[in-house]
Structure formats: structure tokens, C-alpha cells
Design a binder for this molecule. Structure first.
Ligand SMILES: C[S@@+](CC[C@H](N)C(=O)[O-])C[C@H]1O[C@@H](n2cnc3c(N)ncnc32)[C@H](O)[C@@H]1O
Length: 317
């Protein structure tokens, strides 16, 4: 954790400033320490360079596993591609000049694929996640001077209100117990005129069977699901067989990306999370409107291999 982060954090319980009580630093970063609330005296540890505002990974243990296993798959910097950069651009509608010099909240940072892009676009990024993906994100990008990684819950964020220039939450809110509440939990931390970009799962006919499969797969041991979801790698070729392939895809939907391990990751990611809500774009539009956003835009671009999505952005009034 960078010492400069302390000024940005507050107690998620009472909103008071935090004080660094003990610390062990490595280079200029704080590796271990204690943050203490000046108001209510709550204590928050810093472990392995990351301030921890939650004690467990609650209902997102599948993501802790997922991002540890697939830590590199979607990271442009580790694959020498621009896949995540392109995706970030079309999912948010932002260009580098929208991000440069701005303070950005990544609500649900995962392994850091999009925080990597926003920081390469010269934003100062704070990535938050409830799972132990934070340790992976830290390894991937946490040492950069414009990146901060925090272990916290979207529903109890440790920031001052109206603090961020922009926020995004890509593929996260529908994995919480309540998508709408999660959306509304992030909004207060955005400055007026700040933009909020979200990507949320949409309903789709291809979910009919996957919703049935998920009743079983979400109960299976996680290691078992890790191996079972690898079936997406060979199924890709079967899906190319005329008629039979379409039927197979309908009955057992799996990710269809050209990259092998990406298919494996996305299929695991589809069948294991405890919560996976789907919505319609008018629903999401209403959430933006209820929170007083203007200039609401929908970016609907169905890419081959994607399993249904709503990408929407608005400006806080
Ligand atoms: C599908 S992953 C997406 C990660 C990243 N945004 C990406 O696109 O690669 C969903 C992430 O949301 C996180 N998440 C779910 N509920 C959360 C909450 N209440 N607070 C913070 N993160 C949460 C999970 O831990 C997981 O890493």
C-alpha cells in the first residue's frame, strides 16, 4: 500500500479518517500494518501490501479460486495483446483522454485486467474487490505508482462521498446478492459530472439450459468444477459442426472464444458464482435515471463468444 492512499481512505463504518498505527515497509510501500479509525477505533489490517476492510471472501470464494488459477489469461501485459484494452474501450465508451489524470474507481477489480488498461491510459486507479483476487491484482499491477488495490466490499466502501472522477464496474454487480443495490451503493462515491460505466448480464435464450445446469454446478466442489469446465476447450470445435454444433451449444452453453484458456476461464466463471442475476437494459436504464444520471448511453455490441450483456454509462448530475 502506498502511504498516499491513507488520505483517500475513511472508515467504512463511521466515515472518519484513518490513522496508520503500525507499519512494516518494503521500499516505499507499506507491506504490513494497522489502520485505526480516529472516530470509532475500528482496526483494519494491511497484509501483503493490501489494506483489508473485510475479513473473508464471503460469497465470492469461487472468484478467489478463479483469479488465482487464471491470473494471466486476460491480462494484456502478460499476453502481449490489446484484447482487454479494446474491450474496455467498447464496454465503457471511454478513450484514453477521458481517463488521463483522473481518479478512477474499479468496483470489482478481479485480476486487474481493466485497471491495467485504465492505469496505462494514465488514470489513477483504485481497484476494490471482495475476493482474494486482490492479491492477484496486486501481483499483476499493484506496484505501479498510479494503482491502489483494496480488499473491500462494494456495499461498504472505505472512501469519502463524491470522491472519484469516474467509476466502472465490469461484470461484477450481477454477482452480488442484489444488482440494483450494488449499483446504488457505488453511486455516492462518484463526483457530480462523473461518469459511471457498467457491464451487466442480460437475459438471453441461451441461458435456458445454463440456468438449469447452474443449479448443480454451483453446488459441486470448486476443484471438480475447475476440471469440468475445461470441457469448453474441445467443445469449441464441436460447436463448429453444422446444426449439431448449435444444438450442443444450446443444451450446454460454454464460452466460445478462440483462445483456449479464455474459454476455460469464462466457462468456469459462468457456472460457479453463487449469484448470477440477469437484467434488461430498461431496468438498468431506470437505475441510472433514479440516481439522477443524464446522458445515459447503451453500448450493445454482441461479440462472438459472449454470453449476453448490457453495457451502459451515464453522467451523474
Ligand atoms: C467476473 S469477476 C470480474 C472482475 C473484473 N471486473 C473483470 O472484468 O475481469 C467479478 C468480480 O466481482 C467481485 N465481487 C463480487 N461481489 C463483490 C462485492 N460485493 N464487492 C467487491 N467485489 C465483488 C468478485 O470477487 C469478482 O472478482
Amino acid at each position: 500500500m502506498k502511504p498516499s492512499l491513507i488520505e483517500m481512505l475513511v472508515c467504512p463504518g463511521c466515515g472518519s479518517a484513518l490513522e496508520l498505527k503500525e507499519q512494516f515497509s518494503e521500499g516505499s510501500d507499506i507491506k504490513e500494518g494497522i489502520l485505526s479509525c480516529r472516530g470509532c477505533s475500528s482496526i483494519f489490517p494491511i497484509r501483503n501490501f493490501i489494506p483489508r476492510f473485510v475479513e473473508t471472501d464471503k460469497y465470492v470464494d469461487t472468484f478467489s479460486f478463479e483469479w488465482n488459477k487464471f491470473h494471466d489469461v486476460q491480462m494484456d501485459i502478460l499476453n502481449n495483446t490489446d484484447a482487454s484494452e479494446n474491450t474496455f474501450g467498447w464496454k465503457t465508451g471511454w478513450k484514453p483522454e477521458d481517463i488521463r489524470g483522473r481518479l478512477i474507481l474499479d468496483a470489482g477489480v478481479g485480476a486487474g485486467r481493466f485497471a491495467d488498461v485504465a492505469s496505462r491510459w494514465d488514470g489513477e486507479v483504485i481497484g476494490v474487490d471482495l475476493s482474494y483476487a486482490v492479491d492477484v491484482a496486486f501481483k499483476n499491477i499493484g506496484k505501479r505508482k498510479n494503482v491502489h488495490i483494496i480488499h473491500a466490499d462494494i456495499f461498504h466502501l472505505p472512501f469519502k462521498k463524491e470522491y472519484f472522477d469516474h467509476a466502472y464496474s465490469i461484470g461484477v454487480l450481477h454477482h452480488t446478492p442484489d444488482t440494483e443495490k450494488a449499483f446504488k451503493a457505488v453511486v455516492p462515491y462518484l463526483k457530480k459530472s462523473g461518469e459511471f460505466a457498467v457491464f451487466i448480464y442480460a437475459h438471453g435464450h441461451y441461458h435456458y439450459f445454463s440456468d438449469i445446469w447452474r443449479k448443480i454446478t454451483t453446488k459441486l466442489p470448486i476443484k471438480c468444477m475447475y476440471y469440468l469446465s475445461s470441457v469448453a476447450m474441445p467443445l469449441y470445435y464441436i460447436h463448429k459442426i453444422p446444426f449439431f454444433g448449435k444444438a450442443a451449444q444450446f443444451l450446454l452453453p460454454t464460452a466460445n472464444w478462440p483462445k483456449r484458456r479464455w474459454r476455460w476461464l469464462d466457462t468456469f466463471d459462468w457456472y460457479t458464482p453463487k449469484y448470477q442475476w440477469k437484467h434488461t437494459w430498461p431496468e438498468v436504464f431506470k437505475w441510472f435515471r433514479d440516481e439522477g444520471f443524464s446522458g445515459i448511453e447503451l453500448f450493445q455490441e454482441d461479440k462472438e463468444g459472449s454470453l449476453g450483456q448490457i453495457c451502459m454509462k451515464g453522467r451523474k448530475s
